[in-house]
Write a protein that binds this ligand. Structure first.
Ligand code: UD1
Length: 429
């Protein structure tokens, strides 16, 4: 497995175009199976999760073709398939295929899902919702088997506003008979993107972006073309990269209002943030101050930005307190940042960061996607060389992270396992 070699110290300067949203693309790639015919998705991010998802679609009979940044998916002939357990477990959204597939072909089997190891990540809300819609669902030997003749619209209340469950059940309900109402729905922009896509296919979804979504079932959907919106989490990471390096970074092609929580915290720590209709610019010349952060469902501070933000807070003056309320174990960055000279205490779901650390390059290991992003940010500002190992996690959700950072003046390169061993003195097995 490869690694990143980062030489810290360069101020990042310049503008970047942000790639398509991984989370929106993955949710939409589940919904494409609802329509016969060929869907064309543009601006699909070139990340390993979308590639895995495309392979999974092929298992169920879809014909998939990548043409530059677009994905052409023909779902005319679908069938049940034997999905490889490792493939399914490697991405959380494999599970979101169950409902749409069963609506189309009546019977599906799929191993239970996985994703980054950041907490228990139950799927109870998905299961309850599918059953409420009339699906017959069984779990044995780690595989779900789902059957349904005709799903029927119903009322679904989500105990927590889960983005995944909202997307999965909203998509599934489009072909159910009658009206489905989802209460306490997630209001994430990726939910709204999926609703836009479904409506473009001919679905009747109303209220996406609010906590009550209603779906009037239709008898069939038509394949269509759709452009995946840009990724607010990649954009946020580049803004933090600008701030942590005392730089001046502009992200383009984004929706600034989707970044309100991150912008707010960047301003609170003392960075200068300017915004236009589809861009954000962050400037900093040091002197940043610690803050309190609590992750919340959208529009609160995103859990996905919690670990990258923690990296930034290690170099801010004073104390910061970061409370993670969504995932109990999104803490893989803590130990590794401390190895680079940070001073972070972990108390359950809360991290207490004593700032003003002069980070020093070290060999560190990414434990999950956003922990990996946090370590890269730390490496950009650390004195000397940092090697970030396990970057396959970063490849799950960042489209050409190193290319983007290099274009801003960062000194980061991908190195092979062999080079990594030489750099960090690992044993060669
Ligand atoms: C999605 C995103 C992930 C992001 C998260 C929260 C994708 C591929 N991933 O994950 O990057 O961090 O939203 O914004 O889009 N829960 C239950 N039961 C369920 C489902 C969820 O209790 O059946 C809980 C989870 O444990 C978690 C909370 O709901 O505490 C939010 O999870 P959810 O919004 O579903 O996250 P994902 O869709 O998995």
């Amino acid at each position: 497995m490869g690694a990143y070699l980062i030489k810290g110290g360069a101020r990042l300067l310049g503008e970047v175009d942000v790639a398509g949203s991984k989370n929106a693309a993955l949710a939409i790639m589940s919904a494409v199976v609802l329509a016969e015919g060929t869907t064309i998705l543009h601006n699909v991010p070139n990340v390993s999760d979308t590639k895995t998802k495309a392979k999974l679609l092929e298992v169920f009979g879809a014909k998939v073709q990548w043409v530059e940044g677009s994905l052409i998916i023909d779902c005319t002939h679908l069938h049940d398939g034997e999905a490889d357990e490792e493939m399914v477990r490697s991405i959380r959204t494999s599970f979101y295929l169950l409902g749409p597939l069963v609506s189309r072909i009546g019977f599906v089997t799929l191993p239970a899902p996985g994703g980054c190891k950041i907490g228990a990540r139950p799927v109870d809300l998905h299961v309850k919702g599918l059953r409420a819609l009339g699906a017959d669902l069984d779990l044995s030997d780690g595989r779900y088997t789902v059957r349904a003749n005709q799903l029927v619209g119903t009322e679904i209340y989500l105990d927590v506003p889960s983005a995944g469950a909202t997307q999965h059940l909203m998509a599934t309900a489009t072909l159910a008979k009658g009206i489905t109402v989802i209460q306490n729905a997630a209001v994430e922009p990726e939910v709204t993107a999926l609703a836009d896509f479904l409506n473009r296919m001919g679905a009747k979804v109303e209220g996406a972006g609010t906590s009550t979504i209603s779906i009037q079932g239709v008898s069939r959907l038509e394949a269509c073309g759709y452009t995946i919106p840009t990724d607010r989490l990649q954009a946020g990471t580049y803004l933090l990269a600008g701030a942590i390096t005392g730089g001046d970074v502009t992200v383009r092609g984004i929706i600034p209002e989707n970044q309100a929580a991150v912008i707010n915290k960047l301003r609170e720590i003392g960075a200068d943030v300017a915004e236009g209709p589809d861009w954000l610019r962050v400037k900093s010349d040091g002197g940043l101050k610690g803050v309190r952060i609590k992750t919340m469902p959208y529009p609160g501070f995103p859990t996905d930005m919690q670990q990258p933000m923690a990296a930034l807070l290690t170099v801010c003056e004073g104390m910061s307190v970061v409370e993670e309320t969504i995932y109990e174990s999104r803490i893989g960055h803590v130990q590794e940042l401390n190895r680079m000279g940070a001073s972070i205490l972990q108390e359950g779901r809360t991290t207490i960061i004593t700032g003003s650390s002069k980070l020093k390059g070290a060999s560190v290991t990414a434990s999950d996607l956003r922990a990996g992003a946090a370590l890269v940010l730390a490496g950009l500002v650390a004195e000397g060389e940092t090697v970030v190992k396990n970057i396959h996690f970063i490849d799950r959700g960042y489209d050409n992270l190193e290319g983007t950072l290099v274009s801003l003046g960062g000194d980061i390169k991908r190195i092979s396992s062999q080079e990594k061993r030489t750099k960090v003195g690992d044993t060669v097995h």
